[in-house]
Write a protein that binds this ligand. Sequence first.
Ligand code: FPP
Ligand code: MG
Length: 296
Amino acid sequence: MVAAVTKQIEQFVQELGDERSYELFTKVPSGKMLRTKLILQIAKTPEAVRLAAIVEMIHAASLLHDDVIDEATKRRGVDSINAIFGNKSAIMLGDILYSKAFYELTKFSSQIAQTISHAVALLSLGELKDVELSNSFNSNEESYFDMIYKKTASLIEASAKSAAILAGLDSEAYGLYGKNLGLAFQIVDDILDITQNEQTLGKPALADFAEGKTTLPYIYLYQSLGEDDRQKLLYLFKKELNPEQKAWLFDKFEETGAIQRAKEQARALGHEALEQLHKSDEKLRQIMEELIERTY
Ligand code: FPP
Ligand code: MG
């Protein structure tokens, strides 16, 4: 069924009848398809394949723009579209995928169209907040959660909610499942940026802190440090770290258990996600467990 979604996306892009954009599109590496797996697990209707294709195209568009914003040269282990073809083509390919997805979305009920399009507004607000929070060291947990809710969890929430609408299920409950799952997903992503090496990540390790992103493990670390160590952490913020500085950072993470604390927070959110469902669904539990315990 995931293969059917990949095929549907290809077909949507081909329908635009433009060779060059199709060629650029073929260079976009495919990801974990989390949103697709969620939608197909909740709704087993032919429309679910089209809905998943739409959501994946919106997600791909947002990553094309995000890589320009973050000046990222790698995505999913290969050169990013902006690195190969430049920022202008990457932005326009994003706009092409995004607008075709919206055209297709108008064929769904207004409840679904509004759910997904509202999430895209939140995505954009979240990305703006991410950019602005990166200007200085953010030690505010609430701002971090608001930002990751908008930037990441909102589209996962909207995917689960819309699939539930298609399947005639309790859309609020599935939406909450998606929201908590999305928050957990981003926290795990932020942990992996610290714990995994470049080869596994498919992008440079410790990139977040160098880019100015104070993610949850850094917020917890800051909370646990004494005044001198806090000053040192602030000094390292947004810098390319040498091996000695990296070793200091890892020592402090170890000493304070900040990464472990962030992981427990992700696990708690994952379990909260499952509790929203009225009946237990083994596959949705598995999606949650895999997402939290993943190493890439
Ligand atoms: C990745 O975050 C970014 C997002 C999940 C959302 C990006 C959203 C936009 C650019 C706005 C929406 C735009 C359109 C066209 C729909 P990250 O940088 O923390 O993760 P990464 O490490 O995977 O880059
Ligand atoms: Mg990025």
